[in-house]
Design a protein around this ligand. Structure first.
Ligand code: ATP
Ligand code: MG
Length: 635
């Protein structure tokens, strides 16, 4: 049966809604696809739900074809499960927490690794039951810091999440590849143009991951892609090719160290803007040292605690240990936290000769840093001279190679409202403690710790240059390894009757995000231009008047079209044709058929593809309509 406009709810808006920043959000509201209920909460109205539903069916079809089995797990999960893997802490404020009438704590699942691991551990005991891949299509909850852009970043959204279980690493590779390939088919079928990029694994943990990104200027992610087309990565993960940059801290000072009063200038942008007023002359961000303070903590096992005591290394305490790290990059660069974490962990691992059972690094917030004695907003790498003794004993420095080059530097003065100019590494910091490659108690360490930027050499080393793009992450595949099975004791017996941790992968797709990304990359000034596969309807009929012969023709054509596998919306409203045409453009179904007396007099209707924009409609004979629509939809 075709849908009659009057029998459904399509509240199109004439005006652009206020506070919708990106096209997909604006158009989803205007075309009556969604309605906002609260921050990051949306109702899918009939048209929006049809598009989402079609997307879901494509995903389900490809997951089944890839050999995954569908389940449905609760969205509400006991908090203890999260505590097992420490994710109640790691997931941080994004986790929605609830308490039931008995005072028991639970979380609204942001993702389901713990629940599926618990499930599998209950039923899978032998390697013979592996490999397995289970998936679900379920609502997720995340208390996003900044819900925005409509369903692109909401607090409640539908995700397809799949989890694979293997005995061996090779098995995981095969499972991962199967999902990777299924994702390509899914996004192809949804009509998206996408890029597959190497990615960090984030709070989910794990060893390898790829993101599927739809490139568009409004995307929240930054991607770097080699102009040779053979490397692409998320900026959080992107490596930089070889550069001719030995750490060189022997440069002569460019002048005497001079303190400059810089009231209220806690950001580099402000500082550079106001510099001429403070010190005369121009200041560029690449001549400023940006210093951020991280706190590093580790948990030692009992055996390690004993060893550490014997070593009597200062700074380590019985119950664990912590350090402050001053992380320094050039003012025009960003810190790559993944690289910092890796470097800091390896330094501590080397210092102690072993890796503690857990290590964590976080950027300190203002009050935390102040309490430790750092002059927040005005910290310079030479803070050692002014820090309280206890903090000094626990403070190490990590400098990016490019921030360690000779030249003119401005840095924080470690004193409120002041910076210093002519900062010189050799003179201002005691670089006898500079670590080249190695162990022991060096204070200052040098490594590549900045994020890649547009123009950097590609890490492939083939002369390629990295170019920056923006993207929307629609899907993500991870090799998890044994993080969850180890934490939750999920083992199976192998062929030799030995217990082994099961090796996992996890694979997510944001279903609402696919719909929004399709609109973000498929629209014009008049409205949405849907990919046929996920359009709410394939054919939108606009009768000039919905009565008599016109009405009959609509219904008979609709029947034929539906019999041929197309779905049809008939605009039966008593509106002026101009209003109906505008709405048809706004809603953006792939084909518009206009049924009017003039056409019918020639036994024809007007046929128009939405993608052809304002091009003139063509007259198509009634008995050719189905065939013409089929061709246009490629079915
Ligand atoms: P992001 O980096 O955008 O916050 P994520 O990496 O945290 O996303 P995953 O945990 O990888 O997200 O979740 C799998 C998929 O779920 C993502 O690829 C994305 O398509 C979708 N998704 C994640 N967060 C949201 C959200 N807040 N609103 C809508 N979809 C989301
Ligand atoms: Mg992700």
């Amino acid at each position: 049966m075709p849908t009659l406009w009057s029998q459904t709810l399509i509240p199109t808006l004439r005006q652009d809604p206020a506070d919708a920043e990106v096209p997909s959000h604006r158009l989803m509201l205007r075309a009556g696809l969604i309605r906002q209920l609260g921050s990051g909460l949306y109702t899918y109205l009939p048209l929006g739900w049809r598009a989402l539903h079609k997307t879901i069916e494509i995903v389900r079809d490809e997951m089944n074809a890839a050999g995954a089995a569908e389940v449905l797990m609760p969205a509400l999960e006991p908090i203890e499960l999260f505590a097992d893997t420490k994710r109640d802490v790691e997931y941080g404020e994004n986790l929605f927490r609830v308490t039931d009438r008995h005072g028991r704590h639970a979380a609204l699942a942001p993702t389901h690794e713990e629940i599926i691991t618990e499930l599998m551990a209950a039923y899978v005991e032998s390697y013979r039951q592996l490999p397995l891949n289970l998936y679900q299509i379920q609502t997720k909850y995340r208390d996003e810091f900044r819900p925005r852009f409509g369903v692109l970043r909401s607090r409640e959204f539908i995700m397809k999440d799949a989890y694979s279980f293997d005995l061996t690493v090779e098995g995981l590779d095969t499972s991962y590849r199967a999902m990777y390939d299924a994702y390509c088919r899914i996004f192809d079928r949804c009509g998206l143009t996408y890029e597959i990029v190497e990615a960090e694994s984030g709070p989910i943990g794990g060893s390898a991951s790829h993101e599927f990104m739809v490139l568009c200027d409004t995307g929240e992610d930054t991607i770097l892609k080699s102009d040779k087309g053979n490397y692409a990565a998320n900026i959080d993960k992107c490596a930089i090719g070889e550069r001719d940059l030995d750490p060189d801290f022997s440069g002569e000072p460019t002048g005497d160290l001079r303190e400059v009063s810089t009231p209220d200038c806690t950001t580099i942008t402000d500082l550079c803007k106001q510099w001429p007023k403070f010190a005369g002359g121009k200041l560029k961000p690449q001549n400023v040292l940006k210093t951020l303070i991280y706190r590093f903590e580790g948990d030692l096992t009992a055996k390690e605690q004993k060893e550490v005591k014997e070593l009597e290394t200062h700074g380590y305490e019985d119950e664990g240990f912590y350090f402050y790290w001053m992380v320094v990059v050039r003012g025009d660069h960003e810190i790559n936290e993944g690289a910092v974490k890796a470097e800091v962990e390896s330094v501590h691992g080397r210092r102690m000769g072993f890796t503690p059972k857990s290590m964590g690094l976080h950027l300190m917030d203002e009050s935390e840093a102040k309490e430790a004695g750092f002059e927040v907003g005005f910290v310079g790498p030479h803070a050692h001279h002014s820090l309280p003794t206890k903090t000094r004993a626990r403070t190490l420095i990590l400098v990016d190679r490019e921030a360690m080059q000779p030249g003119f530097w401005v840095a924080g003065a470690n004193k409120p409202d002041h910076h210093v100019m002519h900062f010189n590494w050799q003179r201002e910091c005691d670089l006898r403690w500079l670590a080249g490659d190695a162990a022991s108690d060096h204070v200052t360490h040098v490594a590549d710790i900045r994020k890649a930027t547009d123009g950097d050499p590609s890490p492939i080393g083939d002369g390629g240059v990295l170019r920056e793009h923006r993207g929307i992450e629609v899907g993500h595949v991870f090799k998890l390894g044994t993080k969850y099975s180890d934490a939750m004791g999920f083992t199976v017996l192998d062929e030799d009757q030995k217990r082994r941790s099961v090796i996992m992968g996890c694979y997510g797709i944001g279903l609402g995000r696919i719909v929004a990304a399709a609109i973000e990359t498929g629209h014009d000034a008049h409205g949405i231009i849907w990919p046929a596969s996920i359009a709410p309807y394939s054919v939108h009929m606009v009768p000039i008047k919905y009565e008599g012969e016109l009405c009959k023709t609509c219904l008979s054509l609709a029947e034929q079209l539906e019999a041929a596998g197309m779905d049809v919306l008939i605009d039966d409203r008593p509106e002026r044709p101009g209003v109906k045409f505008n709405d048809a453009d706004l809603i953006g179904c792939p084909i518009r058929l206009t049924i009017g007396e003039k056409g019918l007099a020639q036994n024809s209707v007007e046929f128009k593809r939405r993608a052809d924009g304002k091009a003139k409609a063509e007259l198509v004979k009634l008995d050719q309509v189905v065939q013409r629509c089929r061709e246009a939809l490629d079915i």
